[in-house]
Design a protein around this ligand. Structure first.
Ligand code: GAP
Length: 445
């Protein structure tokens, strides 16, 4: 494998070349830390989101789905603590006009003092004292740009769940403990975004809020911590690249009593891509107070009333996609030739198979088309008749397509095809009418 710092560069370049991820508005020079998903990327991310939804909503009786709007009443963000507390301390250099987080390790000295040195232009005494900068994007609702009309682009999807907790409870007739899950966009005006789709200004979250009786929160916290690690492992990631990190007192968010990150060892170090948080009754109590609406739960069997505690599992869909891409990236030599291969778990791979007529004559294209039409009713498959078969295999290796179906001279005689395995490079010859069953078994869906 290439050196770690090189892997990200290679991945960004492969992502663009093969249509996983493009820079937003590239023809205008790009928009900082905003990315678009191309034909393969949208499939990969969708497969991850669908897998999450299936395991968190469809496979559980005690979790309901929700799709709340991005724009919410501005009071939501006052009650949640985001208006006052969702901030990073910022430092400006008066000389070169660059902006840094106050805790940027490259800054020498204390910002705001004469000896502090700018890490970009090297000037001394030009860094301002830290000022708090709110990470929420603001916009205006209605035609009047005045303070009263300010709304925020949500910085997390969680609040849409809290304000709908009673609606869902009543509509679904669930009983505590139960959960609400949601996948949706979130926005943060990050000061130090970067590392490709790791930290961006627009991203998607996959969040689940589990409402429990106070006193049972530790038990549920442990349960969800274990569940989420299991789910992540089942994505086929390398076990040695995964670990938990418990938040120290200084790291805990304003709402959390306890929190664990699931971390992955990226080429740029160990970093979080999912968090499991014990948010206590902080959120519902704050919304109850601010809205003047009772958000208590009444246990009808005991007549007990309480504001539920919340155990949250919060994952980034884009960041999980990056984990899957980094983990899948591999370079190797096959028969003296270098190949780059994305070893995606077959269930996550954007394309499940590619269909290749060995040559474009002798009835092979016609048979290939028929086979392609049959298989694509079941899976996302690709038809490729351009270039040598070796080149076509390489292209699909880079796309992470687990199976290559080749239609050759024998196929037109006996209606069999060869299926090449992306990872082992072994080929099976099977009857064309068995292909769908064969792939279903292999892909495990
Ligand atoms: N509701 C809790 C919450 O939002 P968080 O730790 O701020 O917690 C949860 O975010 C997850 O969302 C992170 O683990 C990460 O995967 C993703 N995430 C957060 N900020 C992000 C950003 N700027 N770009 C991409 N993903 C981000």
């Amino acid at each position: 494998m290439p050196p770690a710092d090189n892997v990200m560069e290679k991945l960004v370049s492969l992502a663009k070349r093969r249509g996983f991820v493009f820079q937003s508005s590239e023809i205008y020079g790009g928009l900082g830390s905003v990315w678009d998903y191309g034909p393969l990327g949208v499939e990969l991310k969708k497969n991850i989101k669908e897998r999450w939804w299936r395991s968190m909503v469809h496979e559980r009786e005690d979790i309901e789905g929700l799709d709340a709007a991005i724009l919410m009443h501005p009071k939501v963000w006052e009650a949640s603590g985001h208006v006052a507390g969702f901030t990073d301390p910022l430092v400006d250099c008066k000389q070169c006009k660059n902006r840094f987080r106050a805790d940027d390790p490259r800054i020498k000295g204390t910002p705001g003092t004469p000896e502090a040195q700018c890490p970009v232009c090297g000037s001394r005494g030009t860094l301002t004292a830290p000022r708090l900068f709110n990470l929420m994007f603001k916009t205006f609702m209605g035609p009047v740009e005045e303070a009263a009309a300010v709304v925020y682009l949500r910085p997390e999807t969680a609040q849409g769940i809290y304000v709908n907790y009673l609606n869902v409870l009543q509509a679904s007739r669930q009983k505590v403990p139960f959960g609400i899950a949601q996948i949706g966009k979130a926005f943060r005006n990050e000061i130090t975004p970067g590392n490709f789709i790791f930290r961006t200004r627009e991203f998607e979250q996959m969040e689940m809020q589990f409402f429990v009786k106070p006193g049972t929160d530790q038990e549920w916290f442990d349960f969800w911590k274990a569940q989420r690690m299991q789910w992540v492992q089942a994505l086929g990631l390398k076990a040695e690249k995964l670990r938990f990190h418990q938040h120290g007192k200084d790291e805990l968010a304003h709402y959390a009593k306890d929190a664990y990150d699931i971390e992955y060892e990226f080429p740029f170090g160990w970093q979080e891509f999912e968090g499991i948080h014990n948010r206590t009754d902080f959120d519902l109590s704050r919304h109850q107070q601010a809205s003047n609406k009772k958000l208590e739960y009444v246990d009808t069997s005991t007549n007990e009333r309480f504001v539920p505690y919340i155990i949250e599992t919060s994952a980034g869909a884009d960041r999980t996609t990056l984990v899957v891409m980094v983990d899948a990236y591999s370079e190797e030599e096959v028969a003296g030739e270098k190949r780059v291969v994305m070893r995606f778990h077959p269930a996550l791979a954007p394309l499940k198979a590619a269909v290749f007529p060995l040559v474009n004559k002798d009835g092979m294209p016609e048979l290939s088309r028929r086979i392609y039409d049959g298989v694509r009713r079941h899976f996302n498959v690709f038809y490729d008749d351009g270039g040598s078969i070796g080149r076509r295999y390489r292209r699909q290796d880079e796309a992470g397509t687990p199976y290559g179906i080749t239609i050759d001279g024998q196929s037109t005689q006996d209606q069999t095809v060869t299926v090449r395995d992306r990872d082992t490079l072994l080929q099976d010859r099977i009857a064309a009418d068995q292909l769908v069953e064969y792939l279903k078994k292999k892909i495990g869906e």
